[in-house]
Ligand binder design. Structure first.
Ligand code: ATP
Ligand code: MG
Length: 189
């Protein structure tokens, strides 16, 4: 599961858990992005903070792990590199790439998208009621999975912290404490 995870929240975790169960996956590897090419305009928290929050959030689930492949690679993150690195680490594994349906439509519109189909099966998580054709996604190689906790977003969590509002129960307890400890998302002093 790829994401900026700035911060990781229960929407991500519910999505990962739903897809893990639906597809009977052995492992869900959370891959925090390095410099996301889609998010250049916005200031993104240090990769190490995003990585550690992801580790904290996933630590209690024996099927969840976190990979550093994207944050340790130089330059912007492209999904094709992520999948090639994961494939090199686990040559015998069948890979599924889990992400939001919105992000998926963007990724698959990328010019080298053809290479992606050979590397993984794509799972787009979405709010209840969406269909593939409405999202501009092909029916082959993509599965849509409805996720109940879709209303949570990292943007909303950051704005809440900035405005002094609680993020308890939107993100795992350890992540609430991590954000507070390192004064993340407080905005300019
Ligand atoms: P931001 O608000 O900064 O864009 P985000 O909440 O969308 O953050 P990302 O790290 O960008 O979080 O998300 C990683 C992937 O998880 C994206 O593909 C996104 O669409 C998906 N996602 C985000 N929030 C949810 C949610 N509540 N339920 C399911 N999937 C989600
Ligand atoms: Mg997003």
């Amino acid at each position: 599961m790829g994401g900026t995870f700035d911060p990781i929240h229960h929407g991500h975790l519910v999505a990962a858990s739903e897809v893990q169960a639906l597809f009977g996956l052995d492992e869900v590897v959370f891959v925090p992005t390095g410099r996301p090419w889609q998010k250049d305009a916005r200031e993104v928290s240090a990769a190490e903070h995003r990585y550690l929050m992801t580790v904290i959030a996933t630590a209690s689930n024996p099927r969840f792990t976190v990979s550093r492949v994207d944050i340790d690679r130089e330059g912007p993150t492209y999904t094709v590199d992520t999948l090639r690195d994961l494939h090199a680490e686990r040559p015998d594994a069948e890979l599924f790439f889990i992400t939001g349906a919105d992000a998926l439509a963007q990724i698959l519109s990328w010019k080298d998208a053809d290479a992606l189909w050979r590397l993984a099966h794509f799972v787009g998580v979405t709010r209840p009621g969406y269909v593939l054709s409405e999202l501009g996604l092909p029916a082959d190689g993509v599965t849509l999975q409805e996720v109940p906790a879709m209303a949570i977003s990292s943007t909303d969590c950051r704005e809440r912290v900035r405005d002094g509002e609680p993020v308890w129960y939107l993100v795992p307890d350890g992540v609430v404490q991590y954000i507070s400890k390192y004064h993340l998302y407080r905005g300019a002093p």
